[in-house]
Design a protein around this ligand. Structure first.
Ligand SMILES: [Zn+2]
Length: 285
């Protein structure tokens, strides 16, 4: 699942390639890929890309000159979604036409001949075209770890009894974090993933510092590729080699040498070091 570092990598790659360009044609099918309330992508034709931004785990393309109410084009990559830049794909093959990848559901053609393709085998992602105002509320995207302050995060965790791991996955509380990075962040902050949100509120500053450090490092390595994720130019991420606990069950904690354990929390495989990350009081003894 693409999380903040992967999506940020995609944004940085496509922004210079499509900013200032005009969309001449846009197609998306099936209709089930549209987020509820979206206008059809055809509403973007003739519009110009002003800029590309990341909002949580969503890619937001801000447009001008489009049909009324079609100010933004949003891609949420879901589990297996990805954007492919046709020109780069072509360069990589050096000659001839590029064959459309399987599961290409979206096609956005630009005035310079370039195309952006939306590919999504499992189709858990979505595309949204609509007005720019109240976009966060409409898409349920809270502030990401680079936007939220320690005090705000503490307030968001206060009074919550759910495990901190589950709260970190809730995009309304803090956005951008999915399967892999919560485990890495909690390990770095030395916080057990099963601790109640309320009991961690007073450590919001540590948690945020850990989150920013892990995510910044992951962005620098173009994200993590375990299975599907590729950058728009077809490369893999590099952070999978630097994971400290995620997917490392039974291996040694790189900090203290104890064994990395795996439990299921909030329906997700959750990895932690039982020595560095002390369990909640109720579970001790
Ligand atoms: Zn440890």
């Amino acid at each position: 699942m693409p999380e903040l570092p992967e999506v940020e990598t995609v944004v940085r790659l496509i922004a210079p390639r499509i900013a200032g360009r005009t969309i001449t044609r846009a197609v998306l099918r099936p209709r089930s890929l549209y987020r509820t309330g979206s206008l059809p992508v055809a509403a973007l034709a003739g519009g110009r890309v002003e800029r590309v931004e990341r909002l949580g785990k969503a890619i937001v393309v801000r447009m001008s000159g489009t049909r009324r109410g079609a100010d933004v084009l949003v891609f949420h990559l879901g589990m297996t979604g990805r954007l492919v830049d046709r020109t780069v794909a072509k360069d990589a093959r050096s000659a001839g036409a590029v064959r459309a990848p399987r599961h290409r559901h979206g096609r956005f053609v630009f005035d310079d001949g370039n195309e952006l393709w939306y590919v999504d085998p499992r189709r858990f992602g979505y595309v949204f075209v609509g007005p720019a105002e109240a976009l966060r509320a409409r898409l349920h995207i809270g502030p990401d770890p680079f936007e939220v302050t320690p005090r705000e995060l503490a307030a968001r965790l206060g009074g919550r009894r759910s495990p901190i791991k589950a709260l970190l996955l809730d995009q309304r509380i803090v956005s951008g974090i999915g399967n892999i990075y919560p485990d890495e962040i909690l390990h770095r902050a030395k916080i057990h993933p099963a601790r109640a949100g309320d009991s961690v509120a007073d450590r919001a500053a540590d948690l945020l510092r850990a989150a920013r450090a892990v995510l910044t490092r992951a962005i620098r390595h173009r994200g993590t590729t375990l299975r599907d994720y590729r950058t728009p130019d077809g490369r893999s991420g590099g952070f999978q080699d630097l994971l400290r606990v995620y997917g490392r069950e039974g291996q040694r904690c790189p900090r203290c040498g104890a064994g990395v354990r795996r439990i299921v929390l909030a329906g997700r495989g959750t990895h932690f070091c039982a020595r560095c990350q002390r369990p909640p009081r109720a579970q001790r003894g």
